[in-house]
Write a protein that binds this ligand. Structure first.
Ligand code: SF4
Length: 553
């Protein structure tokens, strides 16, 4: 109603004469509020939200206090969304969102970019009405129920990957169980796709299948995680396992531990992000890959934040700063506002390290194809696309749930835009965002990627239990914390602290990476395909077999 009325008033030239106020029980969270404001509402009355909030008042908390807190939280949220988009005033906030899987009738009303939509599939008015009735029935049913229940993230995936890492299951079991998890709870567009021309009667032997790329054994990389956000042991483990499996490991912005500089050259990528922490000539010359991070799929438009508690003496030394200081990486690079600026930085990096291949990492947003072409024209060797599914437990929940686009959309559009511009052969496409199995990797390559990054999956390989306490510096497995000993952990109130042993976990993680490699080989063997890099962009080898009425992939 808001979108239609806004358009109608605009068409009649009357929009500035009236305000649109939306009063609705369906406005339940920050996302609903921002969407309605973007569609044209000037003010909102989420009366049910107010009622539910007021119900939290008790003897210790007056309703005035509860309401004031609720309003403040929503205000802060609105300011955060707008500042992330670089918007100063609410008046300047418009339809800067895109959708996935809306039916044609809704696309017409919202007039926003919509992916995977068609005349035969997508969310319809009828379904919206059904959902509304269902919610109403639950709310008035008398039975006490949670207003919102967040589905558990990857409930089985962590265990399956850890089993493969420990060698308790082989690549076939791992692949089968991950496939089952994807069927039960699809978390990405790729989980609606199957491989064509697959025969369970394997036609090739695994050794006959070549999945190497550019001197590396597999098309995998460990996506950027910084020293600081990660503890010393896990940070060293990622680099060691990548070397053992002969793939690339990107060091997220945060400098390098001095004794690691140059130890992993062909398997190392050093990241340069907006804070430029730890960047020096030695740092730039310690790896064959340099990555300019423009943004990250799990939190596009946001920078980084390392709380002072995590800035130990060692982290501070790697980052060239003072111990205990909270470190902020700004949302944007203050010297990159155009493709020309980007070209300048790429030239500078190549001047510093003439043999390095330069990657530019961007979050997937609408218009990603055009951006990818711009990056290629700026002289980058790699376009690294980061989808919204990625992000460790440290990313904000609102960002993880509502911001960014799936990596599949980014890879497909970037691949085709680069092909059309005649630049595809000049650059590699890398992709990450929630990737966890060999099947996931292969699907990304069939959509147009050359290599695929694992972030959370690597954490799971070394024993992450998905407790989402990464931002608290209280990781019970010693992965995303600077706590080093059980005594330190106990003093911080962390129970059952079990830090990782570097030598053991390097072996475990390398085993898991190799299992993923074998799973890719297995799928290719069943498809009678000998060389993986020949299949980049071969979407004809994919078929959509599920949820065809919801998304048109
Ligand atoms: S175990 Fe918990 S705190 Fe540690 S990395 Fe995993 S999710 Fe983060």
């Amino acid at each position: 109603a808001v979108a239609s009325l806004n358009e109608y008033l605009l068409a009649k030239g009357q929009r500035r004469k009236v305000s649109i106020i939306s009063r609705s029980a369906a406005i339940r969270n920050l996302h609903d509020i921002m969407i309605l404001l973007g569609l044209g509402a000037d003010a909102l009355n989420p009366y049910l939200l107010w009622e539910v909030a007021a119900d939290f008042a008790d003897e210790d908390h007056s309703w005035q206090q509860v309401m004031s807190n609720t309003i403040q939280v929503l205000q802060k949220g609105m300011e955060k969304v707008m500042s992330t988009m670089g918007i100063h005033e609410l008046g300047g906030y418009g339809r800067i969102f895109s959708a996935i899987g809306l039916s044609a009738e809704l696309v017409e009303i919202f007039q926003t970019t919509s992916f995977c939509s068609s005349k035969k599939s997508g969310l319809t008015f009828t379904q919206l009405e059904e959902m509304g009735r269902h919610r109403y029935a639950r709310a008035t049913g008398g039975e006490k129920q949670k207003i919102h229940r967040e589905p558990p993230r990857n409930p089985k995936v962590g265990k399956v990957l850890r089993q493969a890492a420990l060698g308790s299951s082989d690549y076939l079991t791992m692949g089968r169980e991950l496939e089952q998890a994807a069927l039960e709870m699809p978390t990405g567009i790729r989980h609606l796709l199957d491989f064509r021309n697959k025969s369970p009667k394997r036609k090739l032997r695994l050794e006959e299948v070549n999945i190497s790329v550019g001197g590396h054994a597999m098309p995998l990389l460990i996506a950027a995680m910084s020293f600081g956000s990660q503890g010393e042991n896990s940070f060293r483990t990622y680099a060691g396992a990548a070397k053992a499996a002969n793939i690339i490991c990107i060091n997220g912005e945060g400098g390098e531990i001095p004794d690691m500089l140059g130890q992993y050259r062909t398997n190392r990528g050093q990241q340069i992000a907006s804070g430029r922490f730890g960047v020096s000539m030695e740092f730039l010359n310690s790896a064959d890959f340099l990555e300019i991070k423009i943004g990250q799929g799990a939190k596009p438009g946001e920078g980084g934040h390392l709380p002072g508690s995590k800035v130990t003496a060692m982290v501070a030394a790697a980052r060239h700063c003072k111990t205990g200081t909270t470190l902020i990486s700004p949302a944007n690079h203050h010297d990159i506002y155009s493709i020309e600026d980007l070209a300048q930085i790429i030239t500078e990096l190549k001047t510093a390290n003439p043999t390095a291949r330069v990657s530019v990492k961007i979050p997937v947003t609408s218009g990603v194809g055009t951006i990818a072409v711009g990056i290629a024209k700026a002289g980058a060797d790699i376009v690294n696309l980061s989808g919204f599914e990625g992000g460790t437990g440290a990313a904000r929940e609102h960002a993880k749930r509502h911001v960014g686009l799936p990596v599949e959309i980014g890879v497909f559009h970037a691949h085709h835009a680069l092909l059309e511009a005649g630049l595809r052969a000049e650059v590699e496409i890398w992709a990450d965002g929630g990737i966890r199995s060999g099947a996931d990797v292969l699907k990304m390559i069939l959509l147009g990627a050359n290599r695929v990054g694992l972030g959370t999956a690597a954490l799971m390989g070394i024993g992450c239990i998905s407790c989402r306490r990464c931002h608290l510096d209280r990781c019970p497995r010693g992965i995303s914390t600077q706590l080093g000993t059980s005594i330190e952990a106990e003093a911080r109130g962390v129970k059952g602290f079990r830090p990782r042993d570097i030598t053991v976990e390097v072996e475990n993680l390398a085993r898991m990476l190799n299992a993923i490699g074998d799973e890719i080989r297995h799928h290719l063997a069943e498809m009678s395909q000998k060389r993986l890099q020949d299949l980049v962009g071969r979407t004809d080898l994919l078929v959509q077999n599920r949820m065809n009425n919801r998304l048109d992939v």
